[in-house]
Design a protein around this ligand. Sequence first.
Ligand SMILES: Cc1cc2nc3c(=O)[nH]c(=O)nc-3n(C[C@H](O)[C@H](O)[C@H](O)COP(=O)(O)O)c2cc1C
Length: 410
Amino acid sequence: MGGPGKFLKENFSGNITVLKGKSILLGITGSVAAYKSIELIKRLREEEASVRVIMTGASKRFITPLSIELAAGDRVYSDMFETPLSHISLPADSDLFVIAPATANIIGKYANGIADDLLSTALLAYNGTVIIAPAMNWRMYENRAFQKGLNYLSSIGVKTVGPEQGNLACGEEGVGRMADVERIMESIITALTKQDLAGEQVLVTAGPTREYIDPIRYLSNRSSGKMGCALAKIAGRRGAEVTLICGPLSVAPPDNIDNVITVETADSMYAAVMENLPMSSIFIMSAAVADFMPVETKESKIEKKDKLQLNLVKTRDILESVGRLKNKPFTVGFAAETGYRPDRARKKLLGKDIDMIVFNDVSQKDAGFDTDTNEVVIIDRDREKKLPLMSKKDVSMAIFDRILELKDNR
Ligand SMILES: Cc1cc2nc3c(=O)[nH]c(=O)nc-3n(C[C@H](O)[C@H](O)[C@H](O)COP(=O)(O)O)c2cc1C
């Protein structure tokens, strides 16, 4: 471990998105959900992936190849005999094969090794990761012959996203709606992300707490929970088993993680952390726990008056309590300050005996509370790494990169 003189002050080079430059082969089949493929293609291209599309004959009854060509910025492939050997060359040049929407027909054919058109033949010629997004009437989806094929595909590593419960195009309700485009995007991103947190159990806290004065009023803070949710999401993408303990969030918790525990007060967050800590290998305390709570919470509403004096006491310091434990997981704290004070954050790191602290100056524009971006300094025992303003997801990537560098050398 180095002394203060040894700290490296590096600048981060920025983080490229995982889809940038990737080649996605998208199969569109004959479902009413085929029009949603346009949105999927747009989202993929926004993330700088290139998209090549194979349309089945039936899919062209639902959406025109022209619309798909305009979205993809490329021609559409459909006829195996029009472009000889496209069934081999298209999959060979692709990083990922996605079928969205995937009909009962293509899933059944794939499970049985049938190759009777360009899409089904290309699927058999592909040996990378395949993601399918089934879409169909709920009776078709529940059909045992269909389920047998779907289960078989899962058993050989084909990834399935959805379908979801909801109103179906046939006017009925049930499980069969194609997964949301954003959910499909998430599974594509995960499939292309290095699973370097596989085997880790990551515990993250997020959001503010509420300390009740009476049944109606509470003390809280401006934390939205966006940073903690980004950390949980990125850990999930990188293969970790994730538990998120959150106070009242202003955003929806990520849907790619295993376990979300909601709490309200500092005390309940403390209890939830202590209960889940023994099962965790990495603990990140990004929640903005209230520092003070009322000495007592009145049982009925305090009447309006000219002046009210509140008596407050310190809440239990979760990070400090974890720091004192003998067998603690790799522990990361956050230090929000008004003003550029990484020195105070370093003091907190040493004082609380934790492994890493992430400093951010919440008085900066676009950093800290309720923003999608943050500007932080990652401080550990050896090094300070100042990052430029970046998305909270990219900040999370950098935090986990550093955790992985340090974790096994603790
Ligand atoms: C109006 C209409 C809607 C359809 N929607 C679906 C659907 O959502 N899912 C599905 O599996 N089949 C659906 N089908 C049936 C398929 O289009 C049919 O099985 C076709 O052979 C699929 O061919 P493909 O898998 O080569 O695209 C629908 C058919 C019609 C006429």
